[in-house]
Every structure is written in C-alpha cells, then in structure tokens.
Design a protein around this ligand. Structure first.
Ligand code: FAD
Ligand code: MG
Length: 359
C-alpha cells in the first residue's frame, strides 16, 4: 500500500525539476531562465511546484505564495479536517453551513459533474470512503450491512446551495458525508495556476500528486512532455507520452492507493452503485484539458464507468481528450482529440480509438 501518488510526471523536468531542467537546458534558455522548485506534503500527497522565469527572487516569492494558497485550500476542502468547510458541512446535521466562495463553487461543480456522469462521480461518497479507510493502515473490507448503510446517504441530489447576498451556504442531509477527494486537487491546481498567472509567472509545472497543470511554454522545447505511468511497472516507467502546449494532465488509476487481502486488490476509487472498489476495464485513465477541475473529476468518473459506458459518454462529449489503458490487455485507447497529443512508447502495446465520431 502506498500513499504517494505519481501517476504521470513531467519528463523534461522529473523528480527535482530545476536540476533536471539544467541538464536538459544547456542552451540559451538555461542562461536566460531561473527556476524555483518546492516539494511539500499537502492534501495527503506530494505537491511539487516548479517555476521558470528570469527573476529568481520573484519566483521564490511566488513559490511561497502558492504553498500558502494550498494550505488554505486544504483547510477548506479536506474531509479529514474537522474545522474545514467540508468537515463542518458533514457535522452540521442537515443545517446550513456558511462556507467560503471557493468551497461553494467547488461543491456546485461537483454536483454538476455528478449529474453529467450519471453519478459515476459522486461527491456524497464520504461514508463509503470512511468505511474502507483505503490509504490508511486501518484499511479493511467492511461487512455488507455497513456498506448498505453507508450507501443510504449518498444521494448527491440532496446537497443544496444558497448564495445569500454574497454569503455562501451549503447543506447536506444529516448522515451524509461529502468527500471532494476526486475533484479538489484539480480545483487546487486551477486556483494555483490563476494565482501564478496574476503574479506574472510565465512558465510552470504544478504537480499535485500526479494531477499536473502546466503554464506557458516548456523551457527550451515549447511543448510539454508528460510521461504516463505504466500501472504494472516500477514508478517512473511510462507506457506513453503526452506532448502538449499548456494544459492540465490528470490520471486516475487503481495502482497507487490500495491494499491486498487474500490475493485480491482493493483500491480507492469506488463504484457509488455498489459501495465497493469499482471493477473497471481500465487500469489507468488520463484526461488532458485546460480545466484541471474537470479533468480530475472526469477521470475518476470514466474509470468507474468502464469501457462501454465511457465510450457512450465520450460519444456524447466528443471534445474530451482522454487516454485509457485496458486492464490485462496490451492496449491503449485514445479519444480522437487525444490522438495527436499522445504517443504510445511501449512497443508491446497497440493503440485504438474510443468515443468520438471516428469509431
Ligand atoms: P481520484 O480518482 O481523483 O479520487 C479518488 C478519491 O476520491 C478517493 O480517495 C475518494 O476520496 C474519492 N472517491 C472515490 N470514489 C469516488 C467516486 N466514485 N466519486 C467521487 N469521489 C470518489 N489523503 C490522506 O491520506 N490523508 C489526508 O490528510 C488527505 N487529505 C486530503 C485533503 C484534500 C483537500 C484532498 C483533495 C485529498 C486529501 N487526501 C488525503 C486524499 C488523497 O490525496 C487522495 O489520494 C486523493 O484525493 C485521491 O486522488 P487520486 O488522484 O488518487 O484519485
Ligand atoms: Mg479525480
């Protein structure tokens, strides 16, 4: 079992990015650019931020600000912090809770995504998550009656929101526990990106536990190169590469946060219909999108849907750029919009199309 997640990574700027950058960038770009990087444990994962620019002092100060913002967001969005907005909603026993605008808008987005994905993404899954405790030393297989009880409180349609003259409130039924673990890292990446752009940072990598957001042009190369972790191989070995201008690249999979019992693996992405870890055709789902919030929530949802439902969903939403690995088969599936962004590097795998008009 691991708690650290690095499902995809920036190849041109791996592990400690600045150092890697200087190795690759022994050219004009290196001479003109400075770099500042940090690694902090936030939101239950490692967050690595790397900024590039001309003024090192400015970069260092921007880096400090991004970490301050992350701490602030964790204290709003975390289901594990009793005093967070989410923690307070969960213990409000069905009463209105006053929340920050950022929490209000994230829960609103989460509700919309839940509807759009037919509940495959479900922000009201908190009771199920708490029951299994996956990612903690107490991880266990709950009894069937416990799962049935937890599922009673997962109707996301019962979450209500109120904007009262610029004051924001959320209400969830008594017994319901919100969990924004499948969307909040994406939102955090979007908010960090917006702040860095305000601070005039021209080029950056934000990596929140494999939830990657890229700003500007990659140093030297222009396009960013992101390796997609091979689910069955040691960390750092990738099956393919995303080559993209600034975008968010987010991966969900069952191979980083799980426990095993009697030879069976139990992972952290739940099927809200069963309350069990989702049985998916996929071993990895990646979305490439300008909007990291959307990418984060969608790759969790598509994983839960599995191939057939995902294919139907992608046909209705042909603008989505996604890459999937099929579990137990040497095959990657890409949507038409991801075709030009994705290069399969594992020679033992073949590439096919999913979704879109081409199939
Ligand atoms: P994703 O697929 O993006 O999300 C999976 C997570 O979303 C699950 O862990 C669960 O929480 C939830 N989920 C599962 N199934 C569904 C579903 N069908 N629909 C909607 N949601 C679902 N982890 C810790 O161990 N300790 C911490 O203190 C901690 N604090 C956190 C604080 C915040 C604000 C956030 C966002 C996460 C925190 N985590 C913590 C969780 C940790 O980082 C998770 O590993 C991470 O959120 C899961 O992301 P993922 O990209 O691996 O998977
Ligand atoms: Mg997600």
């Amino acid at each position: 079992m691991t708690v650290k997640k690095t499902t995809c990574f920036a190849i041109a700027a791996a592990a400690f990015f600045c150092a890697a950058f200087f190795i690759y960038g022994r050219t004009q770009a290196a001479a003109q650019q400075s770099c500042a990087a940090s690694e902090n444990y936030r939101m239950g994962t490692y967050v690595r931020v790397t900024l590039y620019g001309a003024d090192k002092e400015k970069l260092d100060s921007a880096l400090k600000e991004t970490d301050g913002l992350l701490v602030e967001l964790e204290e709003l969005f975390s289901a594990n912090i009793a005093s967070s907005d989410v923690g307070r909603i969960n213990t409000a026993r069905g009463e209105w809770t006053s929340v920050d605008e950022k929490t209000y808008s994230l829960i609103s987005r989460a509700g919309d995504t839940a509807k759009a994905t037919g509940g495959a993404f479900n922000p009201a899954i908190g009771d199920v998550v708490k029951l299994w405790k996956i990612g903690t030393p107490q991880a266990r297989i709950p009894e069937a009656y416990e799962i049935a009880r937890a599922l009673r409180n997962t109707d996301y349609g019962k979450i209500t929101l109120k904007n009262d003259n610029g004051k924001f409130f959320v209400k969830a039924p008594e017994g319901m526990a919100l969990d924004l673990g499948a969307i909040a890292k994406g939102r955090a990446a979007d908010l960090l990106k917006a702040r860095l752009l305000e601070l005039n940072v021209q080029s950056a990598i934000i990596d929140i536990g494999g939830n990657i957001d890229l700003i500007g042009k990659a140093p030297k190369r222009g396009l960013w190169k992101i390796g997609l972790q091979h689910p069955d191989h040691p960390r750092g070995e990738y099956f393919g590469v995303i080559m993209t201008p600034a975008a968010s690249v987010v991966t969900s999979g069952p191979y980083e946060r799980y426990f095993e019992k009697d030879g069976k693996r139990y992972h952290h992405i739940f099927d809200p219909a069963t309350g069990h870890p989702a049985i998916s055709d996929f071993s990895s789902v990646t979305i490439i999108d300008a909007d990291s919030t959307k990418a984060d929530a969608l790759c969790t949802a598509l994983f839960v849907m599995g191939r057939k439902k995902a294919d139907a969903f992608l046909k209705k939403n042909p603008e989505i750029a996604a890459v999937f690995l099929l579990s137990g088969k040497n095959e990657a599936l890409v949507t038409p919009h991801a075709e030009t962004l994705f290069q399969l590097t594992d020679k033992n795998y073949k590439k096919s199309i999913i979704g879109g008009a081409k199939q």
